[in-house]
Structures are given as C-alpha cells and as structure tokens.
Design a binder for this molecule. Structure first.
Ligand SMILES: [Zn+2]
Ligand SMILES: [Zn+2]
Length: 173
C-alpha cells in the first residue's frame, strides 16, 4: 500500500490487507502466513512529518519452540510510527541514536510505502518463545519422539546412567 503524501490534506484512513510472505527475510524460514495481514491505519500529516497509527493483525504459522510442529498463531499489534523527511535526518550518528528510542523513521520523496512497516510490526509482536500449547510436552531428548503424540519409555526425568546401573544391580540381587 503506497500513500501519496500530496493527496493528504490532514489525515486519511488506509484500510486493507497485504501478503506478508512477500516480505519474508532469510531468517524468517520458520514462519509463514495463514492469512493476509489486515491493517486499518490513519496517516496523519504533522507539518513535514507523518505519523502512521492503527491496528494490524493476521494469523501466522510458526514452529513450536518445544515440539517443532507448525501451529497457527493469531497476531495482533498496534503500529505507531513517525516518519520525517530524509533531508531532516541528522548527520551525526550520536544524534540519530538518541532519536531511535521513539520509533522515528525517514522517508524520501512524496510516496510512502507502508507495507514494510506493517510487516515489521507483526514480526515484533511474535513471542520469542512460541509454543503450540502452554502444556506442550516437547520432544524427548533421548529418542526424539514428539511427546504430545507418542509416549516413549526413556523416562528422562529418572536421572542419570549411574542411577540406572544401580537400579539394575539391585534388581539382579
Ligand atoms: Zn509444541
Ligand atoms: Zn524418548
């Protein structure tokens, strides 16, 4: 979704849906999109600057951190960024760093492509540890079976090889 800034008097509402997979980066291999990313944004002109704000949401498909199975995850986030004309960008790196804490971005020319910002907001909303289920039992570290769907007899909670030897020894007596 490209917004032409000279068409905006004060503010406009921008509503639509985008294909998130177009923006996938190499490090995003573990995720895909089950639905388009829907957005309902307000683009506000504030003098030279532009503020883009509003809800974004979609359903993603992620790999569970514990069992590595894919599962759907609804994601909803709130985009709120300010953009300034590139000509205003401070030349000194230190100044630029100081401004970074308030989500300030820069644009060039008269057109503003909103989709990369929408995509980025969705990425930020994904939990670092995504689980298919809070109670996911994960994968057995010994035999590699998915403990949610299969039971194994590894009994990894039972401790060390030494204990097992001891138990076998006691059983033999
Ligand atoms: Zn899982
Ligand atoms: Zn096992």
């Amino acid at each position: 979704m490209i917004v032409k800034l000279h068409d905006i008097e004060e503010s406009i509402a921008v509503k639509g849906a985008m294909d998130g997979s177009r923006y996938r980066r190499p490090e995003d291999v573990d995720l895909s999109f089950e639905s388009p990313i829907e957005y309902e944004l307000t683009v506000n002109k504030m003098g030279e600057d532009v503020r883009v704000e509003g809800p974004v949401q979609c359903t993603m498909r992620l790999l569970c951190d514990r069992c590595l199975e894919p599962f759907p995850l609804p994601v909803s986030a709130h985009l709120d960024i300010e953009l300034a004309p590139k000509s205003d960008q401070p030349k000194l790196p230190e100044v630029e760093l100081a401004g970074e804490e308030m989500d300030l971005y820069y644009f060039e020319g008269d057109e503003l492509e909103l989709e990369p910002y929408i995509y980025e907001e969705v990425m930020l909303a994904i939990p670092i540890k995504a689980l298919c289920n809070e109670a996911c039992k994960g994968i057995c570290p010994v035999c590699g079976k998915n403990r949610n769907t299969e039971t194994c007899t590894c009994g990894t909670t039972k401790g060390t090889a030494l204990e097992e030897k001891l138990q076998a020894f006691l059983k033999d007596r």
